[in-house]
Write a protein that binds this ligand. Sequence first.
Ligand code: ATP
Ligand code: MG
Length: 392
Amino acid sequence: MKEILLCKYGEIVLKGANRKYFEDLLCREMKKRVAGYGDFDVYRAQSTIYIEPKNEDSDIDGAFNAACKVFGIVAVSRAAVCEKNMEDISRVAAEYIPAFLDGKRSFKVEAKRSDKSFPLDSMEISREIGGVILDSCPRMKVDVHTPDVTVRVEIREFGAYVSAGSFKGAGGMPIGSNGRAMLLLSGGIDSPVAGYMIAKRGVRLDAVHFESFPYTSEMAREKVLDLAKIVSEYAGDIYVHVVSLTHIQEELVRNCEEDYFTLLLRRYMMTIAERIAKDKGCSALVTGESLGQVASQTMMALGVTDSAVNMPVFRPCIGMDKEEIVTIARKIGTFETSIQPYEDCCTVFTPKHPKTKPELEKVLVQENKLDFEGLVAEAMENINTVHIFPDY
Ligand code: ATP
Ligand code: MG
């Protein structure tokens, strides 16, 4: 039996005149994501993207999992393809639907007929297919108000489809519909979640990762690239720009007051991130900070950090508790990787008494002890860019 995937889109159906632009973006992204699982026809009609395998070798389970992660899609269902006549629809329903009813007690059939030339109307189709299902699953009951499973029969332009239940899609807006931003990606729990959340609003991500070899290890870098790969399953491919802060950190330790290390380092990070962002066509920076989580995330500390840059800084985790961030990290699959214990450059040379209410003038006095521009330029001479694709 031939199975296809039907992906319903969400918010973009409200887009009026721009709708076609959003639909094209979404369709193009979907094509890219399922391409790794075989040969599929991907096309759209009636607020739905159809994913149809062209041959038996195509991995429909893989394509299904990938489709559930595409932003802009609110629901994905698997459906069996039938000929557009009641005989074939009944045959397919009797064969295909019972597996979906396993362990369930009640169902209803909802028929939709967008091809009005079909001889039966929706009510008649529902009644007939309901009977077919009751015949093959006699223990099931029909419940039209709160069924355990809703069986759908759709008579569309290209064919008829039978499906049971649907899975929640990733929601949000199609990648690329809201521009491009630079994620500051550490190996922690928060920044991959922050990247996921901004990407969900349709933003294509670039990422910058700062390392401090030999104080941070090769393994720490691998971990960050692994995280980028997991995020890319939602956000699409990501360029990760790896920048070394070793010399900057050594200069800070040698010349500046310890209490200011973290803040000064963060101003370097933001500055470098903003310069790469401009070069790559990004219009905002994204970080995983959450208000009050650590000394560098108080309101005043964030003010000092932000004053190093002009671009807007998005912090989607700012109002979230750690527990809420962890819930999302688990859902998207980054948590287990994030908790692997490798040093981050922020945790080498951490001050014992970091300033929680820093004053910008005093920070600048420390900053001016070094050749800020020179150190930034030097760090930017050796950027190592890795292009990360979703895992197939
Ligand atoms: P995370 O869990 O995301 O690492 P955190 O709570 O550990 O966050 P910090 O270490 O203070 O917080 O970092 C705050 C933010 O700064 C991070 O969320 C991330 O956006 C950015 N950041 C920190 N370290 C790095 C790094 N090595 N490379 C790139 N960005 C970083
Ligand atoms: Mg961190």
